[in-house]
Design a binder for this molecule. Structure first.
Ligand code: HEC
Length: 126
């Protein structure tokens, strides 16, 4: 064996061992939006559910602009709530839809959000 490899070998062993002892922490998962999903949310949900909003009750439940900053477990909780309101068809609230029928989610928009929220409910629970 060459002298240089005698020096390098123990360093290599140590490097491999330290990787085994200190595995990289698992990356926290986060919700992502496709353009399609983002467009629906901006049009039909964001107005009430954002950190600059005036609807205190809506803000307490969900702020889209702060969603991805939450930790994984909290994001999962929010996604489950979103799945819930989509199942019930309860958002946007009936009061608003009565005043502005154009705010109602179309079947296509509901399908887009359902698919997305189901996907992230699965992803974030792992
Ligand atoms: C007109 C304002 C308004 C719009 C638009 C709106 N929301 Fe809400 N949302 C509210 C209010 C107010 C509450 C709180 C209801 C309560 O506490 O009874 C709420 C609550 C929620 C909750 C929490 C429900 C729970 O079970 O805790 C979710 C999730 C939600 N909204 C999702 C959405 C989604 C998705 C959209 C778009 C499709 C949307 N909201 C559009 C006003 C709005």
């Amino acid at each position: 064996m060459k002298k240089s490899s005698l020096v390098l070998f123990p360093i290599l062993v140590l490097a491999v061992l330290s990787m085994a002892v200190y595995p990289a922490p698992p990356k926290a998962k986060s919700v992502k939006y496709s353009k399609k999903v983002d467009a629906v949310i901006k049009a039909k949900c964001f107005g009430c559910h954002n950190s600059e909003g005036k609807a205190k009750k809506a803000m307490a439940k969900l702020k889209w602009d702060e969603l991805t900053g939450l930790d994984q477990a909290e994001q999962l909780e929010k996604m489950k709530n979103i799945v819930g309101v989509l199942e019930k068809g309860s958002m946007p609230p009936a009061r608003m839809v009565e005043k502005k029928p154009e705010m109602k989610l179309t079947d296509k928009e509901t399908a887009i959000l359902k698919k997305w929220s189901a996907k992230y409910s699965r992803k974030l629970s792992k």
